[in-house]
Write a protein that binds this ligand. Structure first.
Ligand code: GLA
Length: 363
């Protein structure tokens, strides 16, 4: 514990730059930390209780350390309680705590407000309870909280990006080997996240359904995970009539996304943002037609974004089915972009969209 017995954990929200629904297929992802995040401040509390106060929501709840269980679907507290349960399951010597939570990550926008909260909680508990899990283990604790306390069978993209995020760097993550590499982001790149205004709830079943479809495609292809599938194998199985319809489309998307991540990392290293932008556009198209996790609103925002001078590429980010579009714009054009997209959306929907302008933020 720090002076005054207080520990503070911070973790940023994340944007999925490329690599859509690749993580739980053991694939490749490129994430970027945001300049907004969650902060969890903890102090000892008596009676073996966790007392949670979400200051940005004005909500409070308490739970005994001996009775950690989910408190109803979608509740923010589950992300905190789930992480505490993960520490306990790994033998942490837990004591009662007061946890004061603050977050500046927009909720339900596909920016992983939940992962930011899990990772900030994990960092604070690590200090308070004196554990020494490495960041990959903390990421797994966060993922377990999603699986067991929120009912979302997510991969590790959100937690790994949040915990490994570094200012002016992207996080290139191989979900099979668990290797993480930080790749410098050229200074001309700025990100604008434009919310569709359609609430995105991963736990509504669509996400888990896509995951099951990927598993089905892998089974038909005779591979453990879609990471092992190649375009040739998919082609053969399609021509022989085994892999058709939705499983074929899901496999094509995942294989295409893995390839796009590799190409994008090379392009980033060469400073070729134009190429990265094209890959973002292709990724959105693949989500729209193959993975079918886009929506009318997200398609509109991505198309509108690309008409604006300075925009290099735009795609849906995160789980999909609502949430937000991530646009990459040239430095110096972000203000103009926000104005133009606001006008375009206003003309179409009669309202101004929420936007977030950010560079690559650190943990
Ligand atoms: C959500 C999940 C991630 C990942 C993305 C899609 O953000 O939490 O694990 O699957 O969707 O790429």
């Amino acid at each position: 514990m720090h002076a005054q017995n207080q520990s503070i954990g911070y973790a940023p929200g994340r944007a999925e730059w490329l690599g859509n629904h690749t993580d739980y297929n053991d694939g490749l992802v490129l994430g970027v930390g945001l300049e907004v995040g969650a902060t969890v401040t903890v102090q000892p509390a008596p009676d073996g209780q966790l007392v949670l106060r979400a200051e940005h929501l004005g909500e409070e709840m308490a739970c005994g350390l001996d009775a950690l269980r989910p408190v109803g679907q979608g509740a923010w507290a589950n992300y905190v309680l789930g992480v505490a349960a993960g520490f306990l399951a790994r033998g942490a010597k837990a004591q009662g705590l007061n946890l004061a939570i603050r977050s500046t990550v927009p909720m339900g926008a596909g920016l992983s407000s939940s992962a930011a909260l899990e990772c900030a909680t994990a960092r604070a508990l690590q200090q308070a309870w004196g554990t020494d899990f490495d960041d990959m283990e903390l990421a797994k604790i966060g993922q377990e909280a999603e699986h067991k306390f929120a009912g979302v069978r997510c991969g590790l993209l959100d937690q790994v990006t949040s915990l490994f995020a570094a200012r002016d760097h992207a996080v290139f993550f191989d979900c099979r080997s668990l290797e993480v590499e930080r790749v410098p982001v050229p200074p001309e790149a700025r990100f604008v996240i434009v919310q569709s205004g359609v609430k995105h709830a991963l736990s509504d079943g669509a996400y888990n359904q896509r995951r099951a479809e990927c598993e089905e495609a892998a089974r038909i292809l005779g591979v453990g995970k879609l990471r092992e599938a190649t375009p040739q194998l998919i082609d053969e199985e399609e021509r022989s009539g085994h892999l058709q319809g939705a499983p074929w489309r899901r496999a094509m998307h995942v294989v295409g996304e893995n390839a796009r991540v590799v190409t994008a990392v090379d392009a980033l290293r060469a400073g070729d943002l134009t190429k990265v932008g094209q890959l973002m556009n292709e990724s959105h198209e693949s989500s729209r037609t193959l993975f079918e996790n886009s929506s009318e609103e997200l398609d509109f925002l991505a198309a509108e974004a690309r008409t604006i001078p300075g925009c290099l590429g735009a795609r849906l980010t995160g789980g999909g089915f609502g949430g937000a579009v991530l646009a990459m714009v040239r430095r110096g054009t972000d203000e103009g972009f926000v104005k133009s997209i606001g006008e375009g959306v206003n003309r179409a929907w009669g309202k101004t969209p929420q936007t977030l302008v950010t560079g690559a933020g650190g943990a």
